[in-house]
Design a protein around this ligand. Structure first.
Ligand code: TYM
Length: 336
């Protein structure tokens, strides 16, 4: 069977990038009747700073609410927060001993997040990809929907699976997880700079659309998005040297669930004074109800906690036997 796993960090607010690159696709995979497991990765969210007790809890519930508001059904998918299933960290330790320093040293996200003074970065940030591999492999997941920026971490997870299987003569005990990086929006760019990824950590709120933005805010951010002065080209090829224009076309395509080519067939040659209002209408139509639904869900935090707890029970039922088998392969005695 195909088993899908993916995770999102509860680091405050989902962006349009997270939505189009990940969560929207989580929902599509759920509709395909694959076994789907989605995780609020709270343990990953403390690698850079302590968000603080209240913020951490609030961000976890907000992300769970966002998942559900986007269409994840906690009955059909397993939805839980990572720290409630200890197998993740237990397996991560084993994987810390599988992965090599050289592999970790190549991780570009560590370099970006650690900045110039890497001596001050936490060790957790450094070994983060081993925990991410554990998230996936604890479920023996076969497919992992992510945005482009997670590709290198997925390769790390595949390397761990392959080396573990080899070291322990365990054939294909851990499947090599397949990244699913598909569609028009695997890398949504900033609305202020078409060469930078849209991100929650960008200081300018105008650079991103948040799933909690209301209709007016969404429309205003699109109207104000940076573009060049030329109208849209007639063809897809004409977008090549125009990162801002290309980004808006990709966003349109992903929201409308058509190809960028189809967007160009309809809108090619239009000035931005015509294309932006069309995109703004589409974005408001597709996104503004999500924020409304999220507020409704967040009015009942106890219910969100109940859903996460139920998901964690179901997740643990899959992950614990995998951990047991892993420990058995290592020769760890389990006599209690
Ligand atoms: P995170 O929380 O940074 O992002 C969550 C998902 O959103 C995607 N994404 C984007 N996609 C397109 N355009 C963008 N601008 C954009 N920004 C973010 C990310 O690629 C990701 O799919 N390490 C992961 C979380 C994680 C995980 C896992 C993922 C932990 N364990 C196991 C998969 C499997 C992260 O930090 O994603």
């Amino acid at each position: 069977t195909q088993r899908v796993f993916s995770g999102v960090q509860p680091t405050g607010g989902l962006t349009l990038g997270n939505y189009l690159g990940a969560v929207k696709r989580f929902v599509e995979l759920q509709e395909r009747d694959w076994e789907t497991i989605y995780c609020v990765v709270d343990l990953h969210a403390v690698t850079v700073t302590w968000p603080g007790r209240e913020k951490m809890a609030a961000a976890t519930r907000e992300l769970a609410a966002a998942f559900i508001a986007c269409g994840l059904d906690p009955k059909r998918s397993i939805l839980f927060n990572q720290s409630q299933v200890p197998a993740h960290t237990q397996l991560a330790w084993v994987f810390n001993c599988v992965a090599r320093l050289g592999w970790a040293n190549r991780m570009t996200q560590f370099k970006d997040k650690a900045g110039k003074n890497a001596e001050k970065a936490s060790i957790g940030l450094y070994t983060y990809p081993a925990l991410m591999a554990a998230d996936i492999l604890a479920y023996q997941a076969t497919h992992v929907p992510v945005g482009e920026d997670q590709k290198q971490h997925l390769e790390f997870a595949r390397d761990i699976a392959a080396k573990f299987n080899l070291d322990f003569d365990a054939l294909d005990f851990f499947p090599l997880p397949e990244p699913l990086i598909e569609g028009a929006a695997t890398r949504v760019m900033s609305l202020r700079d078409g060469t930078k990824k849209m991100s929650k950590s960008d200081p300018s709120d105008m650079s991103r659309i948040n799933l909690t933005d209301d209709a007016d805010t969404i429309a205003r951010k699109i109207r104000k998005a940076k573009t060049d002065p030329e109208p849209l080209p007639e063809t897809l090829e004409g977008l090549e040297e125009r990162p801002e224009a290309r980004n808006l076309v990709n966003i349109y395509a992903a929201l409308a669930e058509v190809t960028p080519g189809a967007v160009m067939a309809e809108h090619g040659g239009q000035p931005f004074s015509a294309f932006k209002p069309a995109l703004a209408d589409l974005a408001v139509e597709k996104l503004s109800h999500i924020g409304t639904k999220m507020s409704e869900l967040m009015a009942d935090p106890a219910e969100i906690d109940r859903i996460l707890g139920d998901g964690a029970d179901r997740a643990a039922a899959i992950a614990e036997p995998v951990l047991d088998k892993t420990y058995e392969l290592l020769g760890f005695i389990r006599s209690r």
